[in-house]
Design a binder for this molecule. Structure first.
Ligand SMILES: [Mg+2]
Length: 262
């Protein structure tokens, strides 16, 4: 199936529709409004629903009827929200209290083992229970919310200096949690979920939930390279388009709309 004939466009959120943990920009909101008038749109990301609400929905000024075409899949599609007069959860695969406890203990043990030295200042929770996922963020969940661009710079700096350490921590946590999936993501984070929760799971889950076959979807993400957090999506056979950031994404949306109108 050719791009303009696809029924559903799936976007990664962070780094694809927005800069990392930054708000959706007005020009992207306009592009999405135009797309929603023609296609079903799904947004998938590692962040929790509250993150989607603040970073994405709050800035998405589109006519209400169009929201029926928009489907949100926070925490890698272990949660699904749709619009029915308001945003409502359809399903949520929560981690149990015991599971969350075990994950937190694993991090505490590993950080001790590697003699982890935390950054001088952190912003918000470093270890966050997102319901379906527990996430470690070296600088804290709220560093970008608190510092804006400066927060992004801090994340980039931390990434440059500490990526080998981040990978080591993730490996050691994985060893202690064989029943879970431990994954590093773009900058400063390590995500822990039930096993088998990745973007491949997400794409299949989205397809099943919305009743759209893989060949009628396209996936757009900034982490489609090997080792990137969108790479697993390729396993499903869905058509994938790699972008470097929101500017590229806007061009792709424009392409779909131009081609679809002929
Ligand atoms: Mg991304």
């Amino acid at each position: 199936m050719k791009l303009p004939d696809k029924e559903l466009v799936i976007f990664d959120l962070d780094g694809t529709l927005t800069e990392s943990k930054s708000n959706l920009r007005p020009d992207m909101a306009r592009a999405l409004a135009a797309l929603l008038a023609r296609k079903k749109v799904a947004v998938i990301g590692g962040g929790a629903y509250h993150q989607f609400r603040e970073q994405f929905l709050a800035e998405l000024a589109v006519p209400k009827p169009l929201l029926a075409n928009l489907f949100l899949f926070p925490t890698t599609a272990t949660t699904f929200y749709r619009y029915r007069g308001g945003w409502r959860p359809v399903y949520q695969f929560l981690l149990s209290k015991t599971e969350v406890k075990a994950i937190k203990k694993a991090f505490a043990d590993v950080l001790k083992e590697v003699r982890y030295v935390p950054p001088r200042k952190t912003y918000g929770k470093v270890l966050e229970n997102r319901g379906t996922q527990v996430t470690f963020s070296a600088l804290g969940q709220d560093v970008v919310a608190a510092l804006g661009k400066q927060g992004l710079r801090l994340k980039e700096e931390w990434k440059k200096e500490n990526t080998p350490l981040k990978i080591k921590i993730a490996k050691l946590v994985q060893k202690r949690l064989p029943k879970f999936e431990v994954r590093t993501s773009a900058y400063t984070s390590i995500d822990v979920t039930h096993k088998g929760i990745d973007k491949a799971y997400g794409v299949r889950k989205i397809g099943k939930t919305l009743g759209v076959p893989i060949k009628a979807m396209v996936f757009i993400g900034d982490g489609l390279y090997p080792g990137g957090n969108d790479h697993a999506a390729r396993r499903t056979g869905v058509q994938c388009i790699a972008v470097r950031g929101p500017e590229d994404t806007k061009k792709i949306i424009r392409n779909i709309l131009t081609l679809a109108s002929h």
